[in-house]
Write a protein that binds this ligand. Structure first.
Ligand code: AMP
Length: 280
């Protein structure tokens, strides 16, 4: 596995791969790999001749009071895991390489970034779309893989790719969960044992909603009332949002149908966690 820190070198390497007739898949990450990241890599490995994984904790997608400084990092461990997954290139630029002193451009996807996480993390999705567009231009992949755990992010990136005519196929990967249902996340490492128990409120709320829907409930207000009551029964949990939205437009729905996604964000102690899933 090659480890590349420079943009020029990454672009040259990717150009050589293309000239040799290889297809390239890109998995963008912020590192501190868990099984979710590794499954995305395996998926990418199957989809293309060459697999590039980017590892960059992107400062411009963090708000001023968010966890940029304490975001977990372990480059040595990540490099070993990526190598085991037969990653061809681990692209790990630093912030100065990605954002020079004159940097002043942002890509904004408008309406899809307004609800859900967009409402609570101003500027977050601009940071995501800007860095992803840069990675696409640097790596020039044929396909790129994103997890459905960050469901709104996936919808926003698909919109950007369509709107800006990137010639890249965006592939979503299902959410990878721990044995008890907690969606894997680098941020789970922040949780104390008690908080780890309370973090189950997300998956258990999703299961509760699915049970209600399979028993015939279609009214979103009634579903949300039950879910909020359930969430409040977990110690240390503050709900940021719980919503049933259309999977394409992210607009709130009144009735559950096949296009409905339950989207949730909570704080467990100081840790913000998200989850989502279909209801039928
Ligand atoms: P991150 O390093 O957290 O920015 O995540 C990098 C990529 O992995 C993103 O596309 C995430 O959506 C995806 N990802 C993170 N956790 C999971 C998970 N539990 N299941 C599926 N994909 C995930």
């Amino acid at each position: 596995m090659e480890i590349i820190h420079s943009i020029a070198e990454m672009t040259a390497t990717s150009r050589q791969m293309r000239q040799a007739g290889s297809t390239i898949a890109l998995v963008p990450t912020m590192g501190f790999f868990h099984e979710g990241h590794l499954q995305l890599m395996r998926f990418g490995r199957q989809r293309a001749d060459r697999l590039v994984v980017s590892l960059f904790v992107n400062p411009i997608q963090f708000g001023p009071n968010e966890d940029l400084q304490r975001y977990p990092r372990d480059f040595g461990r990540d490099a070993t895991l990526a190598e085991q997954e037969r990653v061809d290139v681990l692209f790990a630029p630093d912030s100065r390489e990605m954002y020079g002193p004159e940097f002043q451009t942002r890509i904004t996807v408008e309406h899809l970034t307004a609800p859900l996480c967009g409402g609570q993390r101003p500027g977050h999705f601009d940071g995501v779309t800007t860095v992803v567009a840069k990675l696409f231009n640097i790596v020039h992949p044929h396909s790129a893989i994103f997890g459905e755990k960050d469901f709104q992010q996936l919808v926003v990136i698909r919109r950007m790719v369509d709107d800006l005519n990137f010639d890249i196929t965006i592939l979503g990967h299902v959410i990878v969960r721990e044995h008890d249902g907690l969606a894997m996340s680098s941020r789970n490492s922040y949780l104390s044992p008690d908080e780890r128990q309370s973090a189950l409120c997300l998956y258990e709320s999703l299961q509760l909603a699915r049970h209600m829907v399979s028993a015939g409930e279609v009214d979103v207000d009634r579903l949300l009332k039950e879910i909020l009551a359930r969430m409040q029964s977990y110690p240390g949990v503050t709900v940021d949002y719980v919503a049933v939205v259309d999977q394409a437009t992210l607009q709130e729905k009144k009735k559950v149908d096949r296009s409905a996604i339950l989207a949730m964000a909570v704080r467990v102690g100081a840790t913000r966690l998200i989850d989502n899933g279909r209801l039928c």
